[in-house]
Design a protein around this ligand. Structure first.
Ligand code: HEC
Ligand code: HEC
Length: 444
């Protein structure tokens, strides 16, 4: 990387001149149109105009806002809840076979994903495990956004027969029966009601169980006893969310590059990124229009789009957000539900969620791109194995098999595709968290 410091040594004065010149006409242009004035030689190190600098300065981690509060989770920022949540996150006892934990599919050493196209727990899922560092910034969770809080999200895999394969009564009993979990839980959430009467509180019971016996056991419980289990179960989710909220990706070469650009330190810029990577960045925020969706320091605007990703042969058409938003609206664990700590007025996202067919059919959550070079395979069901395949998809823009694709023509040539791919590698960085947060914690 050092060798590129010899390139284009007059870039700093040029930058300053450009910044002055571009204050009028160019400042009014959007980032999309700036690169259409191109025909510059992409093999050289780019200079940036003012509008591009403005875009870049909004994309780096230096501009990451403080994490928004989660009014639906009173314990979201409680350090003891986070410690309990971290313990549960790494504990395989919360699974039907004693082998699956959240970390099985969201492994810290794999950028909090699993390296598989479709996640594998007790059984095979139909979707790809997303990297979860930084997702607390999003108002919606899962590829289809069917959960509107991180605690509601965490409850999903615990009861999913293909993931942890448990049911809510099983998980509640685990906390109740284990003295260590029990005292940690009670110190945060208050005393646990006595669940030892197995007639009232069957060891296995849940409304989502595919096993008829477990389902019937739930149906036979009184509403009040169901509520007791739900309360315990949702507090498990709230503790896990308190842990996950702390996970934030760390600075990458891209961030060092933007920091150097803002400080007009050309030599540091060149140390941070090669010419090809920097030209890829220019495409990302310009001609290739990636930044319209992969926007902000986490490289997502947190919305949903139909990117026309092909379906795999063995999976039926996935309606994505169309079903996801409907599930979120009817989820008993949503922001407006009995287990939420929020006020109705705090639930703006849920109350005003877009539901129309046009906007939701075949749409999926725009994933953040931090560490993307480390999180293959890609897309909601791992349809693409490499970044090159992803970029080929954006370039060819196949017709969406469901709804219509939101992708616009970008028509990149081979060299540009390579530059864009090179750029995506500069988003890899260490976690910003201490190593204690990236492993099973010391005993409670
Ligand atoms: C069997 C593998 C597996 C296990 C175990 C698992 N997950 Fe996931 N996780 C996934 C998959 C697959 C998705 C995407 C599912 C979907 O969108 O339908 C996902 C989605 C998520 C998301 C949403 C990310 C986003 O961008 O919206 C979070 C957060 C998350 N998991 C946390 C957890 C937690 C916490 C646990 C433990 C309670 C857990 N996961 C257990 C595979 C797993
Ligand atoms: C219209 C919004 C939009 C635009 C523009 C866009 N993306 Fe995406 N991107 C998405 C969505 C939505 C997904 C997930 C699609 C799915 O799984 O069905 C995605 C997924 C990805 C992924 C896979 C990430 C993962 O973890 O699986 C990569 C890489 C990616 N985009 C890069 C780019 C690049 C590079 C560009 C510019 C050429 C770009 N995107 C332009 C919306 C967009």
């Amino acid at each position: 990387m050092k060798s590129i410091t010899s390139l284009h040594t007059h870039a700093l004065p040029l930058l300053i001149i450009l910044a002055i010149l571009s204050s009028t006409a160019e400042a009014q242009q959007t980032t999309q149109s700036t690169t259409s004035s191109k025909q510059e030689d992409y093999s050289t190190y780019p200079d940036w105009n003012q509008s591009e600098i403005a875009t870049l300065s909004a994309q780096w981690l230096g501009k990451l806002q403080p994490l928004p509060v989660d009014p639906s989770n009173r314990f979201a920022d409680d350090p003891d809840a986070a410690k309990l949540g971290q313990t549960i996150f790494f504990d395989p006892r919360f699974s039907a076979n004693g082998k699956v934990s959240c970390a099985s599919c969201h492994h810290p050493e794999k950028a909090f994903t699993d390296g598989l196209a479709r996640a594998q727990g007790i059984g095979q899922t139909t979707r790809s495990a997303p990297a979860i560092s930084g997702v607390a910034y999003s108002p919606w969770f899962f590829w289809d956004g069917r959960a509107d809080s991180q605690w509601a999200q965490a409850l999903g895999p615990l009861e999913d027969g293909r993931e942890h394969g448990g049911d809510r009564s099983f998980h509640a009993h685990l906390i109740h029966d284990d003295p260590t979990y029990r005292s940690a839980y009670e110190a945060i959430f208050g005393s646990i009601p006595d669940l030892s009467d197995n007639k009232r509180f069957p060891r296995q019971a849940g409304p989502l169980a595919s096993d008829r016996k477990i389902l019937d056991a739930w149906i036979d419980m009184s509403v009040e006893d169901q509520n007791t289990i739900n309360r315990l179960f949702t507090n498990i989710g709230k503790a896990i969310a308190a842990y996950e909220r702390r996970l934030v990706p760390g600075r990458s070469r891209f961030d060092r590059y933007v920091e150097a650009l803002l400080a007009e330190d050309v030599s540091a810029m060149k140390t941070a990124m090669t010419a090809s990577e920097a030209n890829g960045l220019r495409l990302f925020i310009g001609k290739a229009m990636c930044v319209t969706c992969h926007q902000g320091p986490l490289f997502t605007h947190n919305g949903f789009h139909n990117a026309g990703v092909p379906f795999t042969e063995d999976l039926k058409k996935d309606w994505g957000r169309f079903n996801g938003v409907r599930k979120a609206l009817t989820n008993e664990f949503n922001c407006l539900g009995n287990y939420s700590d929020a006020d109705e007025n705090d639930c703006i996202e849920l109350r005003f969620a877009k539901v129309t067919r046009d906007e939701t059919i075949g749409a999926f959550k725009v994933p953040g791109l931090r560490n993307v070079a480390k999180t293959a395979p890609y897309m909601h069901s791992g349809q693409f194995t490499t970044l090159a395949e992803v970029l080929e998809h954006y370039n060819t823009r196949p017709k969406s098999l469901i709804g219509h694709s939101d992708l616009l023509p970008i028509e990149l040539n081979r060299q540009e595709l390579q530059q864009l791919e090179d750029f995506l590698h500069t988003l890899s960085g260490p976690s910003s968290n201490d190593s204690e947060l990236l492993q099973a914690p010391a005993p409670l």
